[in-house]
Design a protein around this ligand. Structure first.
Ligand code: GLU
Ligand code: ZN
Length: 323
């Protein structure tokens, strides 16, 4: 059975951008006659809010985006991730990294300060701790900062074809698989889960496109099955930035407070995907019938101020110039 999934982090209520991604993942899955799994990415305990497991599930259900089986929580699956991290270590593919964010920023900016390799690409680790000797490691350990664990990626270049974004090719940096508080990192957990849950199609927002080669690196190293990927465009605020809660009436609850029904929210999402005409009422079945991945709009979708404005937020939005 081919399988798709939606994997939200229960750190807040889903907003229109999240709901649109959930709808797309559902459409991809159901148009393939696939299962659609719900997986909570809740490893970052400091950010998780208990009430949002339920609020997110309720919002999906209100839109008709029903999932198969019981939702899975990554926080219940730590052993799987720790096993994977252990395997990496046993194969000599890891090293401890003592850098703070600031260290990494500064090393990336120094013209000659970073060791050769995959340094220099925005967001890539410059390799500072890659060649530390045991005694240097001990010194840093004694200084009190527990290390994060990074992989030795040897600046390998990996390729894949994204169903929407086309051919992708990128160098893999020495990314973190275990944070310095012991938490398995996103790329590690997501790839272990996608493989063990038998996910064959990953549909998610395109801000994660550049992480994908890191996940492929993990799959290759651990001999895991690799799913297909479809990275879908983001929803943007009128400012052109990625949509956030502060931008106005962006959650289903906000929209309902403005008097809209879940069907109206669904219709608006369908319109944004060019699967309904503006103002047209549509059912989820109709949206599914019309869905064709090849015809999806390829650019981000920008919400306008009028749509987002609520009584309480219209004041703070009104000073911004419209596009
Ligand atoms: N948990 C991620 C998010 O909420 C999505 C990760 C994924 O789909 O791979 O943005
Ligand atoms: Zn380091």
């Amino acid at each position: 059975m081919p399988t798709g999934r939606f994997a939200p982090s229960p750190t807040g209520a889903l907003h229109i951008g999240n709901l649109r991604t959930a709808l797309l993942a559902w459409l991809f899955a159901r148009s393939n006659k696939s299962d659609y799994l719900l997986r909570y990415e809740d490893l970052d305990m400091a950010l998780v809010r208990d009430e949002h497991y339920q609020s997110q599930a309720d919002d999906l259900a209100a839109l008709g985006l029903h999932w198969d089986g019981k939702p899975v929580r990554q926080s219940d699956r730590s052993d799987l991730y720790l096993d994977a991290i252990r395997l990496f270590a046993q194969r000599g593919l890891t090293y401890p990294c003592y850098c703070s964010r600031k260290d990494i920023r500064e090393a990336s900016q120094a013209p000659n300060g970073a060791p050769a390799g995959n340094a220099g690409t925005a967001g890539h680790y410059p390799g500072t701790c890659r060649q530390l000797t045991r005694s240097e490691q001990r010194q840093r350990q004694d200084a009190g900062r527990p290390p994060a664990i990074r992989v030795r990626a040897e600046a390998i270049q990996l390729d894949f074809v994204d169903l929407l974004c086309g051919e992708q090719s990128d160098v893999v940096d020495d990314f973190v698989i275990q944070r310095n508080d012991g938490t398995p990192a996103y790329n590690l957990a997501v790839m272990v889960d996608d493989s063990l849950q038998g996910i064959q199609q990953v549909v998610r927002a395109d801000d994660l496109l550049s992480s994908t080669v890191r996940q492929l690196f993990i799959a290759n190293a651990l001999d895991l099955d690799v799913p297909m990927f479809a990275h879908v465009p983001l929803v943007l605020a009128p400012t052109g930035k990625r949509l956030a809660k502060r931008d106005g009436a962006v959650t289903l609850e906000d929209r309902q407070q403005l008097g809209e029904t879940p069907s109206q929210v669904l219709a608006m999402l369908a319109t944004s995907l060019e699967l309904a005409k503006p103002g047209e009422g549509v059912t989820l079945d109709q949206v599914l019938e019309r869905f064709d991945p090849q015809l999806l709009p390829r650019g981000p979708f920008t919400l306008d101020e009028q749509y987002l404005a609520t009584r309480s937020s219209s004041k703070s939005l009104s000073h911004k110039k419209p596009d």
